[in-house]
Design a protein around this ligand. Sequence first.
Ligand code: GLC
Ligand code: CA
Length: 546
Amino acid sequence: MDWWSNSSIYQVYPRSFQDTNGDGEGDLVGVISRLSYLKSLGIDAIWLSPFYLSPNNDGGYDVQDPRTVDPRFGSMEDAVNLIKAAHRSDLRIIVDLVPNHFSTEHQWFKAALKSLPGSLERSRFHFYDGKGEGGAIPPNNWCSIFGGPAWSRVIEADGKPGQWYLHLFDSTQADLNWENNEVKEDFEKTLRFWLDKGVDGFRIDVAQGLVKEEIFKDHRDPEGLTRALRLDVSDMDRFERESLLADVPFFDNEGVHEIYRSWRKILDSYSGQRMSVAEAWVHPSSRAMRYVRSDELHQIFNFDFLIAPWDAEFLVSAINKTLSEVGQVGASPTWVLSNHDSPRLVSRLGGGELGRQRAKAMALLTHGLPGGIYIYQGEELGLEDGQLEDKDRQDPVFFRTKGVDKGRDGARIPIPWSSQLSNYGFTTTKPWLPIPSDWQDHCVEAQVDGDSHLALYRRSLHMRKLLSRQLPTSNEITWIDTPKEVLAFSRGDDFLLYANTGGESLELKLKSDSQIILASSAQAQLTSGTLTLPAESTVWLGKITK
Ligand code: GLC
Ligand code: CA
């Protein structure tokens, strides 16, 4: 089996993980200093969000040089040391690759600004003349996913407003033109650069976006579309949203697959099972499987659980859909509960103690499914989104939507390690985002007792490993008949999972003679074949030999 097929991969957002040089921002040496913590969780690999040279307008997803380490995170030597130290602890390292755009500080963009319309330098990006009198209207009406127009106009050498360039995200993230061979070659160079340094894989940012085929096609509702894409959907009709997402001119074009086939060849040419995972939001979700055909990428994040309500019926259909879709192309399923772009799981499931209880149950459900899981730093601590004042916000989404969308900073607050140390042991100085003053109980150090969020994650992650050795290697699950607020399934003869998404504790008669091996609630019990399944909880049953 490939190592990623049933692995637990932990996302480190380096800026918010651990500061070691007292500048208020996490760094690579900080990640090294916490490797024993990461190892103790029972994970298999670490995915690092970008740490490359960047003006940091979008948390490093605005890359100025993909083959250089940003001094804010340390040096190339630190990166190599991190890869080596992780490998000594038997942890793999996945790094981010951001192929949709470069920072406008990248030397290519600077060269493009100094060059003439139609030049080679400009052809690496999407530069076009505007429409209307004097070219004052952007080439099309697309909006940036972060809000505002998707085009910005440059000043030409003669000092006059000139061409426009495309940026699906911030205006400092210029979209690359993948029809240009130099772009292709440069990314192949970056892949090899990090593979040679020993990384085990890549997370591909905006993997659905690289190829733009319909630049001159206006969209019928560009603003609605970008809201739908930002998940800012509270007041949007569900059908309208679906129909908008089904027709995105700049996403999921056929040409992207040729790029992934060429990358797959590079990955396969290295020894040691190197992998890739796509961040690709596509609609309908069945199209996602095209990214993980056997000669393309290895995994694709399954975001169904990232937006799923805590509702048995919804979860059952999401699980069925995922298993059947990946099954068709022979890829392994993945499950994602949170990441640096989404609200924290506890907040999304209602916040407070109830949110925390549900988040534990949701995690235990997810960790009991076949396939690979992705955990975002702090998810294991049961953190909520931190409340921030507008003056502290840094996400370009907040600025580009003029504060209508508060952005993603709440989920990016630094990790609280210790309640004894100032700034929770994250830094010795002011952290780059303020850490809430009431997080003492959520610190790593404070979560020693067996009922804590952290203890549950540790147990379930370790037990997953045992399970993956003892359960059938197929991704098959068998559903068990239950009341409608419960979902239950078995995997092989030795593992059963029951999740109660309802607000009432239930008594269920079980047919098999299993025992409880793990539960998200201390009130779960099994006596003479009757399972007490507490409200908002998940229970694992089985005969697992340690
Ligand atoms: C991805 C990243 C997100 C970033 C965007 C633009 O969605 O996860 O953080 O803002 O791409 O690069
Ligand atoms: Ca630092």
